[in-house]
Design a protein. Sequence first.
Length: 117
Amino acid sequence: MTDWTKHLETLGNVLVYGFGDEVLEGFIPAYFEKISQDDCLDYIENDKDLLANVPDKYWGKLRRLVRLSDIEITAEEVIRHLRKNRPDVLSIIINHAKGRAWLNKQVDNCRQKLGLK
């Protein structure tokens, strides 16, 4: 079983038991847990997609999970999470001239791929 399969299986179980909103809302912030400040700077400066490594087949599964949930994924939610858990990465985003626009784009792309837009 791949890491993505395990992750989606966990998401499915969480949704069934009523905690899905929190998990899906944490989908983007979870990616920030894995990147360094240098990585974040590279993503911003080169306009890289934070979620580019998520295989297309999993977006379909995530969209089905989203239909079972009433979630709201916003840049403000991501910022709140980063302020609490990754202030080092948040400082890169808010202090870079293109940082906030890049973050908004990441959230918009995720929302679109999840069918929330």
